[in-house]
Ligand binder design. Sequence first.
Ligand SMILES: Cc1ncc(C[n+]2csc(CCOP(=O)(O)OP(=O)(O)O)c2C)c(N)n1
Ligand SMILES: CC(=O)[C@@H](O)[C@H](O)COP(=O)(O)O
Ligand SMILES: [Mg+2]
Length: 636
Amino acid sequence: MPKILDSINSPSDLKSIDGSSLSELAAEIREEMVSRVTANGGHLASSLGVVELTIALHRVFDCPKDKIVWDVGHQSYAHKLITGRREQFSTLRQYGGLSGFTCRDESPYDAFTTGHASTSISAAIGMASARDIAEESFHVIAVIGDGAITGGMALEALNHAGHLGKRLIVILNDNGMSISPTVGAMSRLFSRVRFDRRYYQASEKSKRLLSRFSMGKHFWNFGQKIKGSLKKIIMPTTLWEEFGFAYSGPIDGHNINEIIQALEKAKNYTHKPALIHLVTTKGKGYAPAEIDAVNFHGISPKGSPKKNGSGQKVPSYSQVFAETVEMMAKGNPKIAVITAAMPDGYGLGHMQSVMPDRIFDVGICEQHAVTFAAGLAAQGMTPIVAIYSTFLQRAFDQIIHDVALPKLPVVFALDRGGIVGEDGKTHQGIFDLSYLSLIPNMIVASPKDENELQHLLYTATLCGSPMAVRYPRGTGIGVELEHELKEIPIGSAETLRTGDNAAILATGPSVSAALAASERLSERGYRVAVINMRFVKPLDEQLILDVARETKNIISVEENVLSGGLGSQIASLLHRSDVRGVHLKCLGIPDEFVSHGTQAELRSLYHLDANGIQTEVQRFIEANRLMKLDLISSHV
Ligand SMILES: Cc1ncc(C[n+]2csc(CCOP(=O)(O)OP(=O)(O)O)c2C)c(N)n1
Ligand SMILES: CC(=O)[C@@H](O)[C@H](O)COP(=O)(O)O
Ligand SMILES: [Mg+2]
């Protein structure tokens, strides 16, 4: 039987189908998402939860003239399917394929480029303000989850929106979940509204009462008063109305007709922003995701786990981080861990269950997380801030002003440093070595393997300065984990292989790739040293200058932008040390955003895998040899 979805090539096709077929369409969209995402990986549960909302939005509004801003954008799969990208949907998150988030370059229906949380309301107010200045008349709708709305930016934006009083619709998609269950006082308030049957009943009763009183203005006012006092009994403050929004909810977010009615009503608020509170189920319609929304938030394509030399499963860097931190916290009562809504990504579930008072999940609030950690450190604690490399960008000033300037000993554990893969441009952790190294008092380290990760974390808790340890997404390289934690001298590099033709100075996961490249080069007669630059700041200056003088050919390798990273710091060292006749080649990410694809594909693209490094080093040595020969012959 032909599918309704196959006939939807744009939102106008959706508008032309009969209202009674919309539930069937929702089921088809879910089927398509489940089959593709379980095969290729991606963010499944969030997208499943907003299928009815997406259909309702595209029925009621006229995109791309009207603007829908999806917060984070990880829930936009149904939107992509409806807005002309159905045929490319199988390429989602693959190299050259569709992005996993909304992206202005990808489609005119993607009003805003997203990936990081809590931006939607700010962007939507900006669009609404531009519209009003230009005297245009489209609608702007921000769709934000109960997790993302706890982010500082969202709260700042609500404050601004209430002040401006512009026409704008905010849809709160409340499913009780961030990646893990949503935390915080706001989420407590939402769950009271969600689960308090009295509120539903009270609002139903007040609706009936109001309809009776609707004959005259006097009665209408009286009815509003009753409604107001009922709300006050159940919700101590009518939060949204106090913020200056017209509030409607809670609404069943899986009932298309109810959503459509609420949207139609919200369209008519012309001098005030409107907020619609939808209650949805994360993972809706796919039992495994409804039961386990945490693990179905984002899923990987099926793959077999990597094994180490003795056939055991190789742990991920995140697992090693979590085990090390828990072990250190057991022996040191000063250690506390702070996560910004990512306990699962960091593997902190076990520690949360056995030491709940030593882990603080602050919600999607990276800026607050950092200054909160500074407060802990100011009182003698040793806080470990566990924030992915890309999300820590949010807290740049907090790192400088609240941590580094007073030299508070805060440990930053940056998971997902370097190339992360399928999440793409918004999520690659390729700026951290630069943005952290430029900050005075900051120590920046990156382990060559999972064993060194645990030692560097231990070192960070002892060093008495702010220190960042950045490590990659995925499994370790399969080395044995030493049982005793060791302190590594700050700023010390490590020579892993000697050689006098060239020296590769690599950091993080690039070290093992450099070792493999050097081994292959030795088979071709090249003697190439490999140095593990486990500290990017401070650099082991003496070792670098020694190998530079000996080999004359230095190649730096890092999964970071070239600007301000390891290579540029080595260049600056060579320059200020006045070392003559040394050639330097820097491998890393050029001045561009790195798209989505597998980590292997992207490393290969930027010549950051063993093959790429081998080719680059060989070419570099040969070019410099030729140059030397040229110089000699021109002198003869
Ligand atoms: C600044 C930032 N911090 C953390 C994340 C990681 N993250 C992505 S989605 C998400 C949960 C969002 O929850 P919610 O907004 O309620 O959406 P839901 O998945 O429940 O639909 C988190 C923590 C992010 N994308 N951006
Ligand atoms: C949408 C988002 O920001 C997160 O879900 C992120 O994709 C998680 O990344 P990991 O899968 O690497 O934990
Ligand atoms: Mg949510």
